[in-house]
Design a protein around this ligand. Structure first.
Ligand SMILES: *Cc1c(COP(=O)(O)O)cnc(C)c1O
Length: 388
């Protein structure tokens, strides 16, 4: 029998990291002192109080059965309460919140609810891969919204062709942004709302990094923009905010009809979040302020260690106001893949080539602040020795 992949899988972009992955595995196997700045996955464990809550809750057999698709009401109330205290918004826990198995669950599945073959999905580029793959799985034509340095990595909505806009059903935006570390202001969100109203487009705002920010800067929510709740939703995640990437808890917040469509798709795919994890998520949200302060102090120190260190040796890199990513222009004579490869070969450093996030990421590499400051200092000294 011949096993053939479906066209939708064949349409996914080629995997660009094969060569680097191979070199990385070899380096690790050879016992070289690899420093991994490649993965966007916090190195710090989940805070103890959250783990303790899971332990306790998991002892109760009532948590062992199928969860409700919409999640515990107490979780939705807690999510709404967090939105109120963080963004000043009144969110109805019964109609305007949908818990998710991580925000990737919602981001990747939402096109199945609202997009038909031949419709257009707009996805920022460079960007988080599920914006693209989720659209492809729904049969959409995914159009790129280029994030260019000269525009502060904010998409120029006026540059979108009118015929594309007409076919467009859904648009993904993401601030604070992975991979560029860029932030946006309320004015961009207001422009996105009016663009969406004019063209009848659902806006999906990916807010996974609103809680990782520095220097007193507090990233806004898309839902704070006037009219946002008529045109869209926002995805949040406990993954980065509470070092809970493995736990799979996130939420979609906003327009009830949009959430209803997503809920319908999900009710046919999954059966909710493990109930004990939901209790742990409530614990996390109730301690959000303290946890956030501790975490952002650590990331700020790491950011300054890396950015100052690289500036001192002559690599000019902008200091991100949010996210745990540093988006660095490549050094002279290299493209993204070439620099990532050279950094591994010469300095045992793993960084992510920017073009892995889409073609407009070419010319950059991404370094994640998910290792201790001491290792970042060591990374800087290796870069100095081999590249400057
Ligand atoms: C990490 C990340 C997420 C969160 O993913 P989860 O599924 O919630 O763990 C969402 N969007 C972006 C851009 C991310 O980098």
């Amino acid at each position: 029998m011949k096993i053939e992949l479906a066209d939708r899988l064949k349409k996914l972009p080629p995997y660009l990291f094969a060569e680097i992955d191979k070199a990385k595995n070899e380096a690790i196997q050879q016992g070289r002192p690899v420093i991994d700045l490649g993965v966007g996955d916090p190195d710090i464990p989940t805070p103890d109080i959250i783990v303790q809550k899971l332990r306790e809750a998991s002892l109760d057999p009532a948590t062992h059965r199928y969860a409700l698709n919409k999640g515990l009401r107490s979780l939705r109330v807690s999510m709404a309460g967090w939105y109120k205290s963080r963004f000043g918004l009144d969110i109805d826990p019964d109609t305007e919140i949908l818990p998710l198995l991580g925000s990737k669950d919602g981001i990747s599945h939402i096109p199945l609810a609202f997009v038909d073959p031949g419709d257009v999905v707009l996805a920022s580029n460079p960007g988080y891969p599920p914006y693209n793959s989720g659209g492809i799985f729904a049969g959409a034509d995914v159009h790129m919204l280029p994030l260019l340095e000269e525009n502060g990595f904010i998409p120029d909505l006026d540059a979108i062709d009118g015929s594309v806009a007409k076919r467009c059903r859904l648009m993904h935006i993401n601030y604070p942004n992975n991979p560029t570390g860029a932030v946006c202001d309320m004015e961009f969100y207001e422009r996105a709302v009016s663009y969406a109203q004019k063209n009848n487009i659902i806006v999906c705002s990916d807010a996974a990094y609103t809680e990782i920010s520095f220097d007193e800067y507090e990233p806004p929510s898309f839902l704070q923009a006037a009219g946002a709740r008529e045109v869209g939703i926002e995805f949040h995640s406990l993954s980065k905010t509470f070092n809970m990437t493995g736990w799979r808890v996130g939420m979609a917040v906003g327009n009830p009809e949009v959430l209803g469509g997503l809920a319908k798709i999900k009710s046919n795919i999954d059966s909710g979040i493990f109930t004990a994890v939901q209790y742990a998520a409530i614990e996390a949200l109730e301690n959000a302020d303290t946890i956030k302060k501790d975490l952002n102090r650590i990331y700020a120190e790491r950011r300054d260690t890396l950015v100052n260190g690289l500036k001192d040796i002559g690599w000019e890199i902008s200091r991100p106001k949010a996210t745990f990513y540093v988006w660095a222009p490549v050094l002279d004579g290299y493209d993204s893949t070439g620099l990532a490869k050279a950094m591994l070969d010469k300095a045992d450093l793993i960084v992510t080539p920017g073009n892995g996030f889409g073609k407009y990421g070419e010319g950059f590499v991404r370094m994640a602040l998910t290792v201790e400051s001491e290792k970042l200092k060591e990374a800087v000294s290796r870069i100095k020795k081999e590249f400057f």
